[in-house]
Ligand binder design. Structure first.
Ligand code: 87F
Length: 513
């Protein structure tokens, strides 16, 4: 196959996922992914995930997170955990199991979710006296204890978070990271004396979610308010960050930050005595982001060569590959690779060398490209001679020869440029999909063109239900994604695209994950 430099490389017939001795290395054409992102997105996504992010499991909808993806989760976790600690949120851990009685208590809002709750009914061969539910979320697990722990205004605010797994037995088609039956998330649950404090926190958390997507995953998102139909039914209002996948024309809810109001306080009797000695109900929030973030990142950035990881979340930011020729000073090249990794690591850059002698350089290039490492450094005889290294960017393929003297500064700068460029490219692609419409006919045309639709809306639940009904099809119905906090001007007299009534706001619509 033609290597990145255009030269013919010797490669392993089995491709990067195989693994053969050098002597077996043969010319090969079908290295890498078997489908293109634009041709079969679903298959493309699944293949990309399988390149070390995910392993499929023998229970449908469950996936193994391999170190390559788990490291991304951990990097985001480190950021978010430190940020919420600055906000005085404390971590805790509640049990995985929920007693049926407590789950029942929340009947009203759980009703719609009930089919997704998984139950343990046996221990060994005998039936349990009382079946036990597995948490799909932890309101019912935690709030009885909030009721116990909160007595007076001095116990407030109570701000807890837990990093855990949850189980939702979904029946619609599972997708790695995006929709799985078990997933990892953090769930924050906070209680305040006043609504003002709760309102403020909702937005502070939402801003952290925006930063995870935009600063870490280089994925542009829209911050906004969920409609009455799409909000968390148990709460007062739901805010979210929404991403968009141009290839499928689908929106994807990136994370949610809810103000629960006093609904749960009423149900679980979470009261406090205020300064005047009167009993009041607390105001609550809950907020979560999950491993879905990783799926959105993969879908946004990946290309026909595989994954592209943003430097800020890549567990390996730079891979250093020796390119020895027949009569070259192989040991000298290897030593230069090791020294390069040492210098980069010393400077806090996550760098690794690939000195395996049973793979050709070309095979290694493709393999690390498939895994999405943001920057590759090649060191060959000429580089050694000139005291330089060659850098190759994963995001745009640009190559540069840089003097070893300024290696660290150069690489740091390159990683920043890659991060920024990935975000810009993703943002441009998303912007190209946004379509402002005014009428139902325009709406349908835009929907069929897989657009992210911005439409003037009357904000009535009935109308959203009607739009869903009128757009129902094999690929799912259109619904609201969110009403962006940043609203374009809505001229007086603008009418709702669906009902013809006066429009109240601009709202994003589309099919979604
Ligand atoms: C599935 C089964 C049972 C979502 C479910 O978003 C219950 C539920 O309550 C359920 N799927 N939800 C809503 C979760 C709301 C809320 N929980 C805390 C969050 C953030 C974290």
């Amino acid at each position: 196959m033609a290597g990145p430099s255009g030269k013919k490389e010797k490669v392993d017939k089995a491709g990067p996922s195989g693994g053969k001795k050098k002597k077996d290395v043969k010319k090969e054409t079908g290295l890498g992914l078997s489908v293109k992102k634009d041709e079969n997105f679903g298959e493309w996504y699944s293949e990309v995930c399988k390149h070390e992010m995910i392993e499929y499991y023998d229970i449908s909808g469950c996936y193994i997170l391999r170190p390559w993806s788990m490291a991304i989760w951990e990097i985001m976790q480190t950021f978010f955990d430190a940020e919420i600690k600055k906000m005085k949120v404390k971590n805790c851990y509640f049990p995985l199991f929920v007693s049926p009685g407590v789950l029942e208590k929340e009947k009203d809002h759980i009703e719609g979710f009930a089919p997704e709750v998984a139950w343990v009914t046996k221990s060994g061969k005998s039936d349990l006296e009382v079946p036990i539910a597995i948490r799909p979320t932890s309101e019912t697990v935690m709030y009885p204890y909030y009721s116990k722990w909160i007595r007076g205004h001095r116990d407030l605010p109570l701000k807890l978070n837990q990093w855990c797994n949850v189980v939702r037995w979904e029946f619609s088609n599972p997708t790695p990271f995006i929709r799985s039956r078990e997933f990892l998330w953090q769930e924050g649950h906070t209680a305040f004396a006043t609504k003002e404090e709760a309102d403020k926190e909702v937005l502070e958390i939402l801003e952290l979610y925006r930063r995870i997507y935009e600063e870490y995953l280089a994925v542009p998102v829209v911050k906004g308010m969920k409609s009455e139909n799409e909000k968390f039914a148990g709460g007062l209002y739901t805010t979210s960050v929404e991403a968009f996948i141009p290839n499928t024309g689908r929106g994807v809810q990136g994370a949610t930050s809810h103000c629960l109001g006093q609904n749960f306080a009423k149900m679980f009797e979470i009261n406090f005595e205020n300064e005047k000695g009167e009993t009041e109900m607390v105001w609550q929030n809950s907020w979560a982001y999950s491993t879905r973030t990783i799926g959105v990142m993969i879908m946004t950035h990946g290309d026909d060569k595989g994954l592209i990881l943003p430097p800020k979340v890549a567990s390996v930011q730079v891979v250093v590959i020796p390119v020895p020729y027949k009569d070259a000073n192989t040991q000298g090249i290897f030593d230069a690779c090791t020294a390069t990794v040492a210098a980069l690591s010393e400077a806090g850059i996550r760098a690794e060398e690939d000195l395996r002698d049973n793979y050709s350089p070309g095979w290694k290039y493709s393999n690390w490209e498939m895994k999405g490492v943001p920057l590759r450094i090649e060191i060959g005889p000429r580089d050694l001679e000139n005291n330089q290294v060659r850098t190759v960017r994963r995001d745009n393929g640009v190559k540069e020869d840089i003097p070893r003297g300024s290696l660290v500064e150069h690489v740091k700068e390159l990683l920043e440029k890659i991060q920024a460029n990935m975000y810009e490219v993703a943002k441009q692609k998303r912007e190209a999909c946004v379509e402002e419409i005014k009428t139902w006919d325009e709406f349908i045309v835009a929907l069929n063109k897989k657009k992210l639709i911005l439409a003037p809306w009357c904000d009535e639940e009935e109308v959203e239900r009607d739009v869903k009904a009128r757009t129902k099809g094999e690929t799912g119905a259109a619904k609201t994604l969110c009403s962006p906090f940043e609203q374009p001007e809505l001229p007086e007299g603008t009418l709702c695209f669906a009902s013809g009534k006066p429009a109240k706001k601009w709202t994003y619509w589309g099919r979604s994950y």
